[in-house]
Design a protein around this ligand. Structure first.
Ligand SMILES: [Zn+2]
Length: 119
């Protein structure tokens, strides 16, 4: 004879959930992006402002764009530009030096001139 199964419902009484500890939940929180796009979502804040969203982030748009708010990219680009200019200056100086050296090596001594004349 199979053993008879018995179910006990509400056998364990759960402790009461604490009240008034949760923040207010807004079902219609407006999330507005700097690009002008806005979304409606649930949040404990009535309104959220963001600088980048899935409408304008390069990962989603596939277009190359710098996402930068503190001017770090500009600062980096400035540094790169300064470094490039310095490199060009050094290169120009070296070329000038080489040119001078070549000119001085082209100047023939009296001994060389005499040798050429004798030939
Ligand atoms: Zn956006």
């Amino acid at each position: 004879m199979p053993k008879k199964l018995t179910f006990f419902t509400n056998a364990v009484k759960l402790p009461l959930v604490k009240t008034d500890i949760h923040p207010k939940y807004y079902q219609d929180c407006k999330i507005s992006c700097a690009c002008g796009y806005s979304y409606i979502s649930g949040s404990t804040l009535p309104e959220i402002k963001v600088e980048v969203c899935s409408n304008c982030h390069p990962f989603y748009t596939g277009k190359e764009k710098f996402v930068d708010t503190e001017g770090r990219v500009e600062r980096y680009q400035r540094k790169v530009e300064v470094a490039r200019k310095a490199k060009e200056e050094i290169k120009a100086k070296v070329e000038k030096k080489q040119e001078k050296a070549q000119i001085s090596s082209n100047v023939k001594s009296l001994k060389d001139l005499l040798r050429e004349v004798q030939r």
